[in-house]
Structures are given as C-alpha cells and as structure tokens.
Design a protein around this ligand. Structure first.
Ligand SMILES: [Zn+2]
Length: 493
C-alpha cells in the first residue's frame, strides 16, 4: 500500500498539478491515515505514469490493497475517492487556476477543469467509453444519436414528480447538486464526492458552479448549478443566465430542462443547466420555415419533430425580449385543434426546454415547446413517449433527448442481445420464454425486426425518432404546422 500511495502522489504531481512542495506532506498524511504505514523508500517510474491518459491503473492498484484491508462495496469506492481527493489541489487552487486561464483563453480553462476531473477519477472516462453509441439516419434526412448508458440508473417519472413536491428533508448534503457535496466522503444515501471539484462563476451578478458530469453523455458534458437549493424555473432570468454563459464560454452550448415533470430532466428541485462541446442533432437541423424577420432578429421553425423555434440575433436585448414574449404567450396558450391546453384543473402544462449557443457573435436560442398534460389514453403524458415505446424508454424526455441524443437504459444491452437471439434462432414466443424471463414485452421488437429485416440499431433508432414525434406538441402535418405559425403570430414579436 505504501508504494501504491507513493505512486498516487507522483501521479498527482504529473497530472493534477499537485505542487512538489506539497507532495511529501500529502504522502505522510496518507501513510498516517492507514495507522502508520512505513514510507516506501524505492523509486517510482515517473515515465510510465506520465504516459497515462486516465487514472484507472492507479485506482486498480489502490483497490487491490484496500480490498485486502477490508474495504468492500461502496466503502471501497468511497475510500478510493477519498485518496484521489487528497491528492487533488484544494478547491481554492482549482478556482484560481481556472480563472487565470479563463482571462486569456476560456477553452483552456474548461480543458483544465475537465482534465482535472478525469485524472482525479471523478469523470469516469472508461465507463463512458464502454457505453453503446451510434448514429441513426432519421426520416427527415439528418442523424439522431442513440446511446445505451451502462452507468445511469433508470428513473420513473412518478418518482421525479414526487421528489419535486416533497418537503425538504433535513438531509446532508441536501441533494445531489448542492454545493455541500464538495469533499463529502459519502454514505449509504449519498455518493462519494471527495474528489469533486467545481469552480465558481459569476453570471449577471449571480453565483453559479461549474463541474463536469461523472458519466457524461457527450463530449465535455458539464453541469452548471445554482448555489442555492431552489427549483428549476424557466423565466427571463434563466434566458439571461444562458446567454451570459455562452458569452463566457462560446465553445460550449448550454441548455435548460423544462420546469415541469414528464417534460423535464431527472432533478427538478435544484436549479441547474447542462452543456458541453457538442452539437446536438436539433442544433444541426435545417430550418423548416421563417416566421419572423425583424431587424436583426429572426424566428424560424426548425425542421425537427420536436416543435422548436430558433430565435436568433446578434443583439442580446432584442433576443431576450422576443424570448420573453414567446414564453409568456406559450404559458397560457391553448390550441384545441392540436390538443394543447395550457391549464387543466389548476395545473399548468406549458413550458419550454432551452438550448443556447453563440456562433460568430450571433446568439441562438432553441425554444422547444413542451406540454406535460396527461389524459385517459395517455396517463403518462400525451406529448411524451407513448406506451408502445415504454419497453425501450419510459423516462421523461429531457432537453438532451428532445434535442435528439437518446440515453437509453443499461438493461437494453442485455435485452437487445436477447431479441437478436430470438430473431436468429427463429424462436416462438413460448420457446423464447424458456430462455429469457423478461422477453414478453420485447416480442413486438422481435416481430418487427423479423418483418423488416432491420438491424437492432436501426430498430432502436426508429423507436427513438418516433418518440420525438410523440413529444411534438405541433405535429409535422398541415394542422400542426398551421398551429405553430398561428402561435408565433399570437406572440406579437
Ligand atoms: Zn440541492
């Protein structure tokens, strides 16, 4: 163990900016943590450490020793995070370096923070690379992205809705996004966060924190979260915050989930945005129709199933005004012909998911029009994935997926292999049931693949594009498109 710890410290000096003058101090602290391990007197091969692009080898060696010392399961993960946290520079140092870099080059600043997150074992690069990820050519002639995420637990819409309404329990840390996670060792209910580092960012006079997602869905998937534990909102204040972020980091997009369950993301009770160095399929789509052109402001309907308005302008004030008008009009907008009701039984249904980018001085705000109403036919959401797709995806369709990048649950890797086997072996349902316990909901998949001869990937891609069509409040037919044009007119831009 003493050798593994010395290696960890040397690794941190090379990859984590641990100062040479702190190395001995940290090493001795760690030896003391394990009740007086003797120092390792031999040399460490720094050349081989330098070549590492991730900490896996170091983690593996530490884990082997920790297992022998009796650390198992979650305790083992917590202790490994603790060790990486101990050799990662203090939050103040990380903040200082990030902001020094940001002054001259925001790209270098975010790269610094990302690499620190990888080498400190917070961003699980190998786990991310193990995910299944492929592109699918959608019916509108552009690709959507489909991934099977092996690390993300599947959540139910009803649980998310419950969480939002739940009284604030006296838990510590209060939630997974609260700043109190910084340096938290972890316990039965809370994840280990000893190795977490985030930086403080000032946007429009408000404090936000920026960190990278441990199981990122795309390149440089980052999370910007509010200092205070306050619920998600979609408001002019949020438009300003998004625009402020792309002013600071124009090489990233930033987006916000809607502020209502079913159409939102998994955490509604702590305000946060998601962003990164990636172009979501929605932001690569063509324009279907220009509805407004006024000065330097344009509003287009995007050629994409999810009903999206792209509001564009180089003038921030002009864009903000248009976005505010669209939002306030949408909040109370009804369109009976398209089944859109903004309120029923005192419950509000209309909201937007947002994606913001900046390109050559022009702001792009994608406003996805969303509605979370349910009825007898669709008790889980009218503009949500319909039940014939639940075996593939039943969770809420948040901004990333509505933007065309699907994150499907880990179970599908196993279930799709079973589907493939049923197709290949020409099993009947009765035979298949003997081999696979939970094949029945997937029998529709087996039959469809048999009928079309398509690959598993094409099958999944097709389901995903159809989910996007379910999500659309204004469908792509004549009635829907006339509806969205009527709505934009009503906004009086
Ligand atoms: Zn919180």
């Amino acid at each position: 163990m003493e050798k593994a710890l010395k290696k960890l410290v040397a690794f941190a000096c090379i990859h984590l900016n641990l100062a040479e003058e702190d190395a001995l101090y940290v090493y001795q602290m760690l030896l003391g943590h394990y009740k007086g391990l003797p120092p390792y007197e031999g040399d460490i091969d720094e050349g081989s450490l330098r070549a590492l692009d991730r900490p896996d080898e170091i983690r593996k060696e530490l884990a082997e020793h920790l297992l022998k010392m009796g650390y198992v399961g979650k305790r083992l993960d917590e202790e490994i995070s603790f060790l990486f946290g101990a050799v990662t520079p203090l939050p103040s140092k990380v903040n200082e370096r990030f902001h020094v870099l940001r002054q001259t080059d925001p790209f270098k600043a975010t790269e610094y923070l990302y690499n620190l997150a990888v080498y400190s074992d917070y961003v699980k690069k190998s786990a991310i690379e193990a995910n299944v990820h492929f592109d699918y050519m959608a019916s509108w002639g552009k690709q959507i992205e489909v991934s099977i995420n092996l690390s993300k637990p599947e959540k139910k819409n009803s649980d998310i809705a419950k969480l939002l309404g739940a009284p604030k329990v006296s838990e510590y840390p209060p939630c997974a996004l609260c700043y109190q996670n910084l340096g938290y060792y972890g316990d039965d209910k809370h994840a280990d966060r000893s190795n977490l580092r985030f930086v403080e960012i000032d946007i429009e006079g408000e404090k936000w924190y920026l960190q990278f997602s441990p199981y990122g869905y795309f390149k440089r998937h980052c999370i910007l979260f509010a200092r205070d534990h306050t619920p998600m909102e979609i408001s002019p204040r949020v438009f300003k915050a998004l625009l402020g972020f792309v002013d600071l980091f124009p090489h990233y997009f930033i987006g916000s989930n809607a502020d209502l369950p079913i159409v939102g993301g998994s955490i509604l009770n702590h305000e946060h945005f998601q962003g990164g160095e990636h172009l979501l399929p929605l932001t690569k789509a063509n324009m279907r129709k220009r509805l407004v052109e006024k000065g330097s402001l344009t509003v287009d309907v995007v050629d994409f199933p999810v009903s999206t308005l792209l509001v564009r302008s180089p003038n921030k004030a002009e864009l903000l005004l248009a976005a505010e008008k669209i939002l306030s009009c949408w909040r109370v907008y009804d369109d009976e012909e398209n089944g859109i009701f903004s309120q029923t039984e005192g419950k509000k249904h209309n909201t937007t998911s947002l994606i913001c980018r900046k390109e050559e001085g022009v702001y792009f705000l994608y406003m996805m029009l969303r509605n979370n109403r349910c009825d007898e036919t669709y008790p889980d959401g009218i503009f949500h994935a319909h039940p014939d797709k639940f075996h593939i995806k039943s969770e809420g369709i948040g901004l990333i997926e509505a933007g065309g990048l699907f994150i499907l649950p880990a179970r599908l890797k196993r279930q799709m292999a079973q589907v493939a086997e049923c197709v290949e072996q020409k099993y009947t349902l009765e035979e298949a049931k003997k081999h696979f316990d939970d094949i029945e909901p997937f029998w529709v998949s087996v039959e469809k693949i048999r009928e079309t001869g398509e690959s598993i990937e094409d099958y999944l891609g097709d389901v995903c594009q159809n989910i996007l069509k379910d999500v659309a409040v204004f469908k792509e037919d004549g009635v829907g498109q006339a509806g969205i044009a009527r709505f934009v007119e009503a906004c009086e831009l």
